[in-house]
Design a protein around this ligand. Structure first.
Ligand code: GLY
Length: 394
């Protein structure tokens, strides 16, 4: 309650300060407000976005000045409700909780959508975040049904969950490094139901990924394609990276986060070792810029004249806060602090004048398709808020 009052008062003072300043000199309005105040303004832009069951905000095109909206079936739909839940946790402001509940309810129909491996991103980031806040029985039921649906994508012979269903003529059974992130839903499903089936599938998927996704230098391949008859690897390719042999920055981030999270649930030291080796690849790479925000792919030959990916930085930094709690390596928290400090600057926070429900600029979605290049993207914000919350807990 107290936090809520202080928070509301600061926001009120902030609005007064800005409106006075905007009247006198609109152009310089962001210069007189502190970065923390600028963040508060951005947080409130998430509340202003109109509630619409079929229009989840995914990204903002800074050139056309349009918010790109998607249906609940899109892999990114759960992040916006997740951002609202996290903002509630961060500020204590009930307005965020009210909106989070409304948007989360629009996700429910996805619990039976077996056409996607992105169930964890969609349902754990929305219902999972909400369940942590509310403990509502209904949320638990939705999470369990979602995990049951996700488990239908498991192939015993391959020992993995199938990632994508498109490109079936080229990829018999594709598994992407990103899929590690969906295991959290399965681990939690076992925790809340006592049914070990989910946990076992998650462990087998992680083991298969550990065996086949990493190169000698501990960078990860994006897509591993399997033969469903023999269970053997048929191909190793990329879909969102520079080429088949490159280290796509967000892919490296998913791997670090995924194996750190798997260690949390299993205490399998092999997962911890992989998380550390992948983190070392990322942190010691010659092409990681001084400010810690990676270019979209570590191997783009045009570096430094290429776009960066803030989402890769926020995912990695959040993962490294957790990883630091399992080891004595101080470089993990150093990186997380550096990223947090650099992102809390006018270079990365969206201008207060932009009417869009996002916080940070400069993420890159899909470089090969030239799609969502150097833009605010909803999952960049999700892991940024998680990074703040995790850092505050230390
Ligand atoms: N899972 C898709 C991505 O990271 O772009």
């Amino acid at each position: 309650m107290r936090i809520n009052k202080i928070y509301s008062l600061s926001f009120l003072l902030l609005v007064l300060l800005i409106s006075c300043n905007e009247n006198s000199n609109k152009k310089e309005s962001t210069n007189v407000v502190s970065v923390d105040s600028l963040l508060l303004i951005r947080y409130h832009k998430l509340l202003d976005f109109p509630v619409d069951s079929v229009a989840f905000p995914r990204s903002y095109n800074t050139k056309t000045k349009e918010v790109f909206k998607v249906a609940s079936s899109d892999w990114t739909s759960g992040f916006y409700p997740g951002n609202l839940w996290q903002l509630y946790k961060l500020t204590g402001d009930e307005a965020f909780k009210t909106k989070a509940k409304a948007w989360t309810a629009f996700m429910e129909k996805e619990k039976t959508n077996g056409g996607t491996h992105d169930m964890g991103f969609k349902m754990y980031c929305s219902y999972g975040e909400g369940y942590e806040v509310n403990g509502i029985e209904k949320y638990k039921e939705v999470l369990l049904e979602s995990a049951t649906t996700l488990a239908t994508r498991y192939n015993e012979k391959v020992g993995s969950l199938r990632s994508w269903d498109f490109n079936k003529d080229i990829w018999e059974f594709p598994v992407i490094i990103d899929n590690m992130m969906n295991l959290e839903l399965l681990f939690e499903a076992t925790k809340i139901s006592g049914d070990s089936t989910f946990h076992k599938i998650a462990v087998q998927h992680a083991n298969t990924t550990l065996k086949n996704h990493f190169r000698e230098d501990n960078s990860s391949v994006h897509v591993v394609v399997y033969d469903t008859i023999s269970g053997q690897v048929k191909d190793k390719v990329t879909h969102q990276g520079f080429n088949d042999n490159s280290a796509w920055a967000r892919g490296q981030a998913w791997g670090i986060y995924g194996f750190t999270m798997c260690y949390r649930y299993t205490k399998n030291v092999l997962y911890l070792e992989q998380a550390e080796k992948s983190a070392a690849f990322y942190l010691n790479h010659d092409n990681l810029p001084e400010d810690g925000i990676p270019y979209w792919d570590f191997n783009d030959p045009k570096i430094p004249n290429v776009v960066k990916d803030v989402s890769a930085a926020t995912i990695t930094a959040s993962a490294l806060v957790e990883l630091s709690s399992y080891t004595n390596d101080t470089s993990y928290l150093d990186y997380a602090d550096k990223v947090l400090n650099i992102l809390k600057s006018e270079e990365y926070i969206l201008s207060s004048e932009i009417e869009a429900p996002f916080i940070l600029d400069h993420s890159t979605g899909n470089w090969p398709k030239k799609d969502e290049m150097d833009e605010p993207i909803v999952y960049g914000d999700y892991y940024f808020l998680e990074l703040i919350l995790r850092s505050e807990k230390i």
